[in-house]
Design a protein. Structure first.
Length: 251
């Protein structure tokens, strides 16, 4: 099973050619469950569903987040800054939250993530995931809360960061998804960086809840995508790189 998350950059820059590269990139990833952020309108949502090869999808129009899959969706829910679903993947009940947290307020992100995790308890699932654009670093209170390293607002959680786990398996470091050094979105026409203050960040993540007492699935791969610079635009498809995770889930 492949899960992918991708912030597709709601911007006119490089359009309409960049839109074509987005579609090609998403199709190439071929995720069983695809979570997108910054879907600007219903027409774009509907086109993405069709052009990316999905029979349908579910979209929170207020916050521009969508879940796409060709597997059976048994339940859907909307959240502030997110959307969630139960999805039957070959007989396994997958619960997933796709979020796009606001960048301006750490306090607001804390309130939202706790509300999302607490609200998710009524959905259940054999395996649960929270994915998307967290708009905060891996050193943030939100990330520490999800990993079980601290509590927030009287709540606790226990998720595993799949990029971090896979990087340890292969003896590497997790890759940045907001890459201000290499992504052309952050360079001028001469190729010089226009952002010399901020540092590269791994804002886009896939986390899986500890499934105890169920056995862990086997993590086959977790990597970024959308890094190709296209000649037609001089840009990557988005200002973020996407993340995908391949998991082998037993019956």
């Amino acid at each position: 099973m492949r899960i992918a998350t991708y912030n597709i950059w709601e911007s006119d820059r490089g359009m309409p050619e960049r839109y074509v590269t987005l579609i090609d990139t998403i199709r190439a990833v071929n995720a069983d469950i695809l979570c997108l952020q910054e879907i600007s309108d219903y027409e774009t949502f509907d086109e993405l569903s069709v052009l990316c090869g999905y029979e349908g999808g579910h979209w929170n129009s207020e916050y521009g987040v969508g879940i796409f899959t060709n597997h059976t969706v048994t339940r859907i829910g909307t959240m502030e800054y997110g959307i969630c679903a139960n999805i039957d993947v070959n007989g396994t009940n997958i619960f997933i939250i796709n979020l796009h947290l606001p960048w301006r307020s750490a306090l607001k992100r804390e309130e939202l993530i706790v509300d999302m995790i607490e609200s998710a308890k009524c959905f259940g699932g054999d395996y649960s995931f929270v994915v998307g654009d967290f708009n905060c670093s891996v050193n943030s209170s939100v990330h520490r809360y999800l990993k079980g390293d601290q509590s927030l607002l009287g709540s606790d959680a226990y998720f595993v960061d799949l990029a971090e786990a896979y990087a340890e398996i292969i003896g590497a470091e997790p890759k940045a998804t907001l890459n201000v050094r290499e992504n052309p979105r952050y360079k001028d026409t001469c190729g010089n960086s226009t952002n010399t203050i901020e540092i590269n960040q791994r804002y886009d993540r896939i986390l899986m809840k500890n499934p105890f007492p169920k056995a862990y699935p086997i993590l086959k791969r977790c990597d970024i995508f959308g890094t190709e610079i296209f000649e037609a635009t001089g840009l990557c498809p988005s200002d973020h790189y996407g993340v995908f995770a391949d998991l082998e889930i037993g019956s």
